[in-house]
Structures are given as structure tokens and as C-alpha cells.
Write a protein that binds this ligand. Sequence first.
Ligand SMILES: [Zn+2]
Length: 185
Amino acid sequence: MAAKKKKPIGKLVDQVATRLQLLVRLKASDDCGYANCVTCDKFLHYKELQGGHFIPRGTSFTKLMEENIHPQCFGCNGFGMKYGDAEKHYTFYMVDMYGRDFVENLLAEKKAKRPHKWVRGDLDTLLVDINAQIKEHQQMNIKKSDILLICATPPACSAVIIGMWYGFGVWLANFFMCSWGGICT
Ligand SMILES: [Zn+2]
């Protein structure tokens, strides 16, 4: 039987990058699966966000670097990075998170355009590790959503919390009116 044809290394790198982009979104999201776009602050479900590269995916050195990838909304990651001011905001975010030296190193790598030599074995190991982390985060999300059934969307969470406080307020008012004012409803 012929051996299974190996995936071209470029395709494997792309696959790892795509999985890493998902992992980054999962890691950043809260108990309800929501996270902020790092460049415009929009608060969206991780499925509505993308894993946006600070140094574009075309630069191989930083393509699979977790610190180079963060949640971004579709608008910021596409149009915003090319023509808008998302790149400027992303730079501020990166400097805040990792410091000026780190960001300057990344920018130097972008400029140098040095091709990175990928080793298939390393990529395979990385993919296994990333997939295991994704599974862990997805299971955690399912467990969380089992406990927080109301947690489908942030407005629902807030509505329930406001509702609980309102109910408590009514009860408290009734309690005082009844015990001191003699008006019981
Ligand atoms: Zn955005």
C-alpha cells in the first residue's frame, strides 16, 4: 500500500496558523465566550471575531507567534489594518502588552523579510499542542454554559442581574412598608 502523501509544508503552516488564531480568540474570551477587538474595543462573541496578526501573516517569522495574534473584529482585521487606523491602535496595544523593545524587534523582522525554515516535526508537535488547548477551552466553555444557562449573550446576563436586583428591591420595599407602615401587599 502506498504511503499517505504528506501535506505540503506551506499548507501545514497555514493549518497551524488558523488553529492558533482560534485558540487566541478562545483564550481571550470571557465566561460567555465574548472578547474585545483589540483595536476598536468592540465586544463580540469569539465566533464573530478573527485572530488578527499584528505583523501580517505573510511574514513567516511571526506567523505562528502567539504574541503576534489577538482578537480583532472583521472590519479592523481587514479594511482597518490596510486603510484605517487599526494598525496604529494595534501598535499601541502591543507596546502596552509587551513593551517597546519587543514590538521594535517584530517590526525589524517584518522589514528584514527573512524566510523562516519550518521543520515538519515541530509543526506537527505544535498542532497537537494547539488542538489540545482548543479542546480544553471549548470543554470549559460548555461546562460554563451548563452552569450559566442564562449566559447566551451579555444583554441576557445583564437583564437577569437587573431583574434580580429589581425583585430584591420590591421585596425590601414591601418588607419595610409592611413591618413599619402596616401596608402589606
Ligand atoms: Zn475592531
